[in-house]
Design a protein. Structure first.
Length: 240
């Protein structure tokens, strides 16, 4: 069993985690790579992992560097596009991680990711954005997903597939299903040698009250999500 409790972290480790703003983690001690997907409890899982890895392990830093105020391009975008120069983004793709740490190390390390039913994930993303902007009263998932203007101007299409696949082939040794998160993590952590009791904080949960994502869909929006995320749906066996 694995454990994460914020009150048990050393103060300096807590400070380092908070200032890194949810890092991507590659552990050289335990020889694993956490390929962090979006809308899959990544912040909570990263918090748990940050307490377990050694200070010398590679951690993707998303804190704002000093030179960022002089750059016309956001430092996060630079990390996404030029990871060899600016470092790995928290949601770096598998190909980028491989390029930065080298093929030999990448291939030999245990790689894992978490993936979520795309229809559920899409609703979660939508309500997260609406709530963060104080627009919860105007939330209508089906209406907005049908709108070309909304889809063209909002961040609506995730690319988790590239985070754990290269050339359309899954390279993660384990893709944990979000609905089986605790059991999947316990199995994975046992494999790499991490010990404790897993108790992750829900750092970004609570964006919608109900759990049945299906009620937000019409046939048209259900089919749109199916087209967008056909690769992970087919590969991992997700269903509406």
């Amino acid at each position: 069993m694995l454990s994460y409790r914020a009150d048990r972290l050393q103060p300096l480790r807590v400070h380092a985690f908070l200032t890194r703003k949810s890092p991507m983690i590659i552990s050289h001690k335990y020889k694993f790579i956490f390929l962090r997907t979006e809308k899959t409890a990544g912040t909570s899982l990263t918090a748990a992992l940050a307490a377990m890895v050694d200070p010398g392990d590679m951690v993707a830093d998303m804190s704002r560097p000093g030179w960022a105020k002089f750059s016309p391009v956001h430092h996060g975008a630079l990390k996404r596009k030029l990871p060899r120069t600016f470092g790995l983004h928290v949601h770096a793709t598998a190909a980028q991680a491989k390029a930065v740490i080298g093929a030999a190390r990448f291939n030999s390390y245990f790689k894992f990711a978490v993936e979520r039913n795309p229809w559920d994930r899409q609703v979660s993303l939508y309500f997260q954005r609406k709530n963060k902007r104080g627009q919860a009263d105007d939330a209508d998932f089906d209406r907005d997903m049908k709108s070309l203007l909304f889809r063209s101007t909002e961040y609506v299409r995730l690319n988790n597939w590239s985070i754990y696949a290269i050339n359309n082939e899954i390279v993660a040794d384990e893709v944990i299903r979000y609905e089986n998160l605790t059991a999947g993590l316990e199995k994975t952590f046992a494999h790499v040698g991490l010990k404790g009791v897993l108790n992750m904080p829900s750092l970004r949960s609570g964006y919608r009250n109900e759990e049945d994502y299906r009620r937000h869909y019409s046939g048209a929006t259900r089919d749109r999500v199916a087209r967008w995320y056909k690769r992970e749906i087919d590969a991992l066996g997700f269903g509406f």
